[in-house]
Ligand binder design. Structure first.
Ligand SMILES: Cc1cc2nc3c(=O)[nH]c(=O)nc-3n(C[C@H](O)[C@H](O)[C@H](O)COP(=O)(O)OP(=O)(O)OC[C@H]3O[C@@H](n4cnc5c(N)ncnc54)[C@H](O)[C@@H]3O)c2cc1C
Length: 332
């Protein structure tokens, strides 16, 4: 345990926390970044490392894994302290105005300011609830880290949101068959994705949910689907099952850290200040009118939060960092 005092501690090493760590280096701030997960990358690493992301300006297409690798490399430019596997469970302001952060494992960290980039909190996927699901842990996927494992397989995808539709379509060209199973009727996904899905080879089973898995020796062979409308069942042969039943997000103890929370996050002003002086928020964790929860938006908010932290520590400091091409670290 180190008593070292940092200028800024960023809680959350998702895309936004990582870019904020780079930017705080541009501002010569001694920086620590802490994440509950075993590796950096946030939701992108956890949920969609193989998905192709196409809505970041200047990057027409990039896989989640490559984006995380790039962000990590960029974050490391100024050598921040990166701490993984630690969930921050408590933050208190000490009498000298600095902050003490405590992790679930008892580690203590000290910082003059805090930037919260915790997304929607720590995440845990909703598991499949179906008869015998516990017998086939190796055939059930809650995220997809390696698409090749579905080549020439019969794959069932369960869910009706963007992720389920994305995955059904992404693996369709390489899988032998893809079945999309959705208990509702109207998919909760982008219109264009739904249109493309309906034109694809994916076999769609609306009004159905998975009731039972069957197989032998932990090898999945079939999925039984129950139709909620007709109250009948049917069975489809299945080698692998991708489950996208949403995620439980947990803000944890954050409600006790003193700042105001809104329905979808931490209330911030246009300088990314929370209601606690010295604590700032950005990315998916920040809440304000017209907030967009995409990576590109967070990449803008991270630097604003860092600039506000810098000005909190040094009111006479410049409002923002020198643009990188003119920054002394990159000359020569
Ligand atoms: C399936 C899916 C597909 C998506 N597709 C796209 C897309 O194509 N394009 C796009 O722009 N956006 C997409 N998004 C949204 C995008 O993932 C988020 O906008 C982005 O990840 C937000 O980054 P962040 O750094 O703010 O938060 P996150 O990525 O959520 O990272 C937050 C990090 O904080 C950590 N954390 C939380 N609480 C604590 C704590 N108490 N202590 C320590 N660590 C903590 C978490 O472990 C996590 O690593 C998608 C999201 C999902 C779920």
């Amino acid at each position: 345990m180190s008593n070292e005092l940092y200028d800024v501690t960023i809680i959350g090493a998702g895309p936004v926390g990582l870019f904020a760590a780079f930017y705080s280096g541009l501002r010569s701030m001694k920086t620590k970044i802490i994440d509950a997960e075993p590796a950096v990358g946030g939701k992108v690493r956890y949920f969609f490392p193989e998905k192709i992301i196409r809505d970041i300006g200047g990057i027409p297409a990039i896989s989640g894994a490559n984006l995380v690798a790039n962000l990590k490399e960029q974050a490391e430019t100024f050598h921040p302290e990166i701490v993984c596997n630690e969930r921050v469970v408590n933050v208190v302001k000490l009498t000298d105005g600095t902050f003490q952060l405590t992790s679930q494992n008892g580690s203590i960290h000290f910082s003059k300011t805090i930037v919260i980039a915790t997304g929607s909190g720590t995440f845990e996927v909703n598991r499949l609830e179906a008869l015998h699901a516990e017998n086939f842990p190796e055939a059930i996927y809650y995220d997809v880290k390696n698409m090749e494992q579905f080549r020439d397989k019969v794959v069932a995808v369960s869910g009706g949101g963007n992720s389920a539709i994305d995955w059904a379509q992404t693996i369709e060209p390489i899988a032998r068959e893809v079945h999309l199973i959705y208990r509702g009727e109207d998919f909760k996904a982008h219109e264009e994705s739904v249109k493309a899905l309906k034109k694809s080879r994916v076999q769609i089973h609306i009004h159905h949910e998975i009731s039972e898995l069957t197989g032998f020796n932990n090898q999945l062979s079939a999925t039984t689907l129950y139709c909620k409308q007709t109250k009948t069942t049917k069975t489809i042969s299945t080698d692998a099952l991708i489950v996208n039943h949403g995620v439980k997000v947990d803000l944890g103890t954050m409600a006790e850290w003193g700042f105001e929370l809104a329905d979808f996050g931490i209330v911030v002003d246009d300088e990314m200040k929370t209601t606690v002086p010295g604590i700032f928020a950005c990315g998916d964790s920040a809440s304000y009118s017209r907030k967009i929860r995409i990576i590109a938006a967070g990449l803008h908010e991270g630097p604003i939060a860092i600039n506000s932290a810098k000005k909190y520590l040094e009111p006479a400091a410049a409002d923002e960092a020198m643009i990188s091409t003119h920054h002394e670290s990159f000359i020569n």
